[in-house]
Design a protein around this ligand. Structure first.
Ligand SMILES: *Cc1c(COP(=O)(O)O)cnc(C)c1O
Length: 451
């Protein structure tokens, strides 16, 4: 696999296409001196060195990794044309690709019918789902778990609907008992379930929530921005299939190809089970919708301009890594195996404690310390800092701020001498984490032992 070779091919293909349209002069105003351009490119490279090495398995922190070379080649090929997927006039080819990849996502989630599109992010995708939810149940609110992404409460504010946080169980899953009580008040129109929380990768009991919501005539939206592609692994290696299978019976779902779909940023997706929700997007655009009576994606999207390149990148990636168990699923499975094995190593470690057993690919842990929250917090912060500032052998982790009550439910023996404690958190979203795991574990253990 050679990125340079693929990119050369992309540039050659582009030259072949552009040459068909005949000679023209590039405007004087746009010309730059080649030597100067190259020197500024080098200056940029220098500035970009101020980054963490997201590509390397020694970066085991947040949900960050570079796109796959296939996505880069696909993005570049389309970006050279720069189609706008707002309207078919802006780029018929990539609009079709968008519809194809969205259909593949719908199949992945088991949606029979669907209406959906790519978005610039999971946040915007969730906003669209909550906007439709509000239009369907005007005057009723939205409930989400206390562990759901922070943007749900914010978007409820934006949409002027009441947001209600539902309590979670000891593992951080939405508590069906607490939800039943909230639904009993009769003020909620939509429940947001999370398939893979951002903090710990916890999957809400979607199957139980759907059953409860149907009793109450309430919509269910699945925020699978981070975890969605793990549905490809449902029922394998101890991953409980029930919540994932239940997504097929939900009203809408969001997934972020820019997290686990090997894409560069700028690629979320929202899907609705009922294509008739398209009516809530109805508008006219006097300048853009001419060339076809076919649906323009801008007619079913809150955003106007969107990069056709994002669709092309995902389309090319899915040709090589289809959203199936053997395709993209194999990429996610390696990270999940690495997380499970690391949890085991941590449980047998003298220097580390496991915070919570991982369900997907997020591992949470903290250095062995005196059993009080302030000590856990200080030790975790020290390992984070010393790891990333070590010049010779750095390791990049992240921290999760846990509340005293949540911490206490998992580790009752610790004195709550502070309101919160940071614990260490590693998202093992690169499949290379599996091969590198022993090195990573030894490195983190050594840092923890120093305290
Ligand atoms: C990342 C994430 C979001 C937000 O998505 P962005 O693409 O970062 O805007 C929403 N929900 C969950 C569960 C996430 O993990």
């Amino acid at each position: 696999m050679d990125l340079r070779g693929a990119l050369t091919r992309v540039l050659d293909n582009h030259d072949r296409w552009t040459s068909r349209f005949g000679e023209y002069r590039v405007a004087e105003a746009l010309r730059v001196d080649q030597t100067r351009l190259e020197s500024i490119v080098d200056e940029l490279a220098e500035r970009l060195e101020d980054n963490y090495p997201f590509f390397h398995p020694r970066y085991a922190g947040q949900m960050l990794k570079p796109p796959h070379p296939a996505a880069i080649a696909g993005y570049l090929a389309a970006m050279l044309v720069n189609p706008n997927n707002h309207a078919l006039d802006g780029g018929p080819a990539t609009a079709r690709m968008e519809r194809e990849v969205v259909a593949e996502l719908a199949t992945m989630f088991g949606f029979g019918t669907h209406l959906g599109h790519l978005t610039s992010s999971g946040t915007i995708a969730n906003l669209e789902a909550l906007y439709v939810a509000r239009e369907i149940h005007p005057g009723r609110g939205v409930a989400f778990s206390a562990e759901s992404h922070y943007t749900h409460a914010r978007m409820c504010g934006l949409l002027a609907v009441e947001g209600t946080a539902v309590a979670v169980d000891a593992a951080g899953r939405m508590d069906p008992g607490a939800l039943r009580e909230v639904l009993g008040r009769g003020t909620v129109g939509t429940v947001v379930v999370t398939a893979g929380t951002t903090g710990l990768g916890v999957v809400d009991p979607i199957h139980e929530v759907v059953a409860l919501c149907r009793e109450h005539g309430v919509r269910v939206h699945v925020d699978a921005a981070y975890g969605g592609f793990f549905t490809l692994l449902a029922g394998t290696d101890g991953l409980d299939a029930a919540p994932w299978r239940a997504i097929a019976g939900c009203d809408s779902v969001v997934v972020d190809p820019h997290k686990h779909g090997l894409q560069p940023y700028g690629c979320g997706a929202v899907l609705f089970a009922d294509p008739a929700v398209g009516r809530f997007y109805r508008h006219d655009s006097p300048y853009t919708y001419f060339t076809s009576d076919e649906l323009h994606l801008g007619e079913i999207s809150l955003e106007c301009s969107r990069p056709g390149a994002a669709a092309a990148a995902l389309w090319l990636t899915f040709r090589l890594f289809p959203p199936t168990a053997d395709g993209l699923g194999a990429v996610l499975a390696a990270g999940r195996r690495a997380a499970a094995r690391w949890a085991e190593l941590i449980e047998h470690s003298e220097h580390l404690w496991l915070y919570q057993r991982p369900e997907l690919d997020i591992v949470s842990y903290f250095p062995v310390t005196e059993p009080r929250l302030s000590a856990v917090d200080a030790a975790s912060a020290r390992v984070l800092r010393e790891g990333m500032t070590d010049r010779d052998d750095p390791v990049f982790l992240s921290v999760l701020s846990t509340g005293a009550a949540d911490f206490g439910r998992r580790h009752p023996g610790f004195a709550a001498d502070a309101d919160r404690a940071r614990v260490l958190r590693s998202v093992l979203m690169k499949p290379e984490a599996e091969d590198y795991l022993d090195t990573l574990h030894r490195r983190v253990e050594k840092l923890a032992a120093r305290g």
